[in-house]
Write a protein that binds this ligand. Structure first.
Ligand code: UGA
Length: 434
């Protein structure tokens, strides 16, 4: 098929690249000329494992191209995906100005019937509203389908080719059929194609993300309670996880969830609930528990040192909101760093991918260290905020030699607690005994 993807951010670039790898002819469009030039020069604007190689391969084989010219690129396309960002707006709801602008441009350029597919995460009712807005501009018949994405940053390529499910909201069966055709190569009995009304597809995305965020806030609250009562969250997790109605996934306690999706989508659903006057108390709690959780690590550090860390050197391992990404949006590390600085500490940070973005925010207020060990030089404490694999089994001997005081605050419970204690460290995790 001939496909145009409007919006070459994270979702658009991954989706376009993977669709081209399935044999489709794809043009990824963006109004950001610098980004398109960069991609044309073979450079990838984001860090995502496997993406650079897949882009290069499909460009080389002539199936993937980049453009700033929307009217020309959508001409003759079977499917036009909208994958522009929908950031949190002032009201807490999603800012849809990007979606409306693309819809307008597409409608103005449409010369033959087409199917527009909304990939961006959009509030329920956006499909209908976009259809209305575009119909007012163009006499050319078109359909608007909703096809939410469930990719995880850091594992996006794998998630694309092996989706748990593909959800498509379409008003006409022919449209769902067209998308079924597109996704057929990656569907199996266990990876079903689920066709439904656009409103249900739009809602599915929010319900999925909010439920996942709820699991995290729930286990974080339980971990905090464990600390209060001297229980160990690892044992409690084992105790509940073997119940197959509960399971283990997304129940890892930590320093709070971050990223470009959960915080924004949770708040967007709260806003949607307000708009129709339906109470949404659980989701509101998910958000406020997460805000509280981001403070747990800084508070733990301050409490340990009797309320004052002025002049102390604190090493921070991990800045990205999760491993395998350079994304720091809503990262709990940002909250921790700000609090440490406010309290007068000297902060030495390290991260294998995200240091550049953090430097843009904090500049010379921090010391940036290429290796986790150099961050520890004469440190009074170590705080871990992102569970990169490389931090999981550190050289405790070397750490002991480097640090001035031997205390580790593990905001992701990613170290082997017994090994840390055995190596002579004091250790505090989230809901773990000390
Ligand atoms: C999330 C969803 O997992 C994807 O399915 C969805 O497509 C995506 O949002 C989106 O809407 O685009 P992502 O934000 O990339 O994906 O990251 P996750 O792996 O879900 O992690 C989110 C945050 O939760 C991270 O800060 C992570 O550290 C935290 N987390 C995750 C926990 O604290 N505990 C857990 O058990 C799992």
């Amino acid at each position: 098929m001939k496909i145009a993807i409007v919006g070459t951010g994270y979702v658009g670039l991954v989706t376009g690249t993977c669709l081209s790898d399935l044999g489709n002819h794809v043009v990824c469009i963006d109004k950001d000329r610098a980004k398109i030039s960069m991609l044309e020069a073979g450079r990838i604007p984001i860090y995502e494992p496997g993406l650079a190689g897949l882009v290069a391969k499909n460009v080389r084989e002539g199936r993937l191209a980049f453009s700033v010219d929307l009217p020309r690129s959508i001409d003759g396309a079977d499917l036009i995906f909208i994958a522009v960002g929908t950031p949190q707006g002032k009201s807490g709801g999603a800012d849809l100005s990007g979606v409306w602008a693309v819809g307008r441009q597409v409608a103005e350029s449409l010369r033959a019937p087409a199917t527009i597919v909304i990939k961006s995460t959009v509030p329920v009712g956006t499909n209908a509203e976009l259809t209305r807005q575009m119909s007012a501009i163009t006499p050319v018949p078109f359909d608007v389908a909703s096809n939410p994405e469930f990719l995880k940053e850091g594992a996006a390529i794998d998630d694309f080719f092996k989706p748990d499910r593909v959800v498509v909201g379409a008003r006409r069966p022919e449209v769902a059929e067209r998308l079924l055709e597109l996704y057929r190569p990656i569907l199996t009995h266990e990876r079903p194609f689920l066709a439904m009304a656009p409103e249900s597809a739009e809602m599915t995305k929010y319900v999925a993300n909010c439920l996942l965020a709820s699991k995290i806030s729930f286990i974080n609250e339980m971990a905090n309670l464990c600390t209060g009562y001297g229980a160990h969250i690892d044992d409690v997790r084992r105790g509940i996880g073997y119940d197959c109605r509960i399971g283990f996934q997304f129940l890892a306690p930590g320093a709070g969830y971050g990223g470009s999706c959960f915080p924004k989508d949770v708040r967007a659903l709260i806003h949607m609930a307000k708009m129709v006057g339906i109470p949404c108390q659980m989701i509101e709690a998910v958000d406020s528990v997460n805000e509280y959780q981001k403070e747990v690590l800084p508070r733990m550090i301050l409490n340990h040192f009797g309320g004052s860390i002025r002049g102390m050197r604190i090493a921070v391992w991990g800045l990205a909101f999760k491993p395998e990404t350079d994304d720091i949006r809503e990262s709990p590390a940002l909250v921790l760093i700000e609090e440490l600085l406010q309290a007068g500490a000297f902060v030495r940070v390290t991260d294998p991918q995200a240091m550049g973005h953090v430097r843009e925010i904090f500049g010379s207020r921090l010391v940036y260290c290429e290796s986790p060990y150099s961050a520890l030089e004469s440190a009074d404490a170590l705080a871990i905020v992102t569970d990169w694999d490389m931090y999981r089994a550190p050289n405790f001997q070397l750490m002991r030699d480097l640090m001035r005081r031997r205390i580790i605050f593990d905001g992701r419970n990613c170290l082997n607690e017994a090994a840390a204690l055995q190596a002579g460290f004091q250790y505090q995790g989230i809901g773990r005994l000390t």
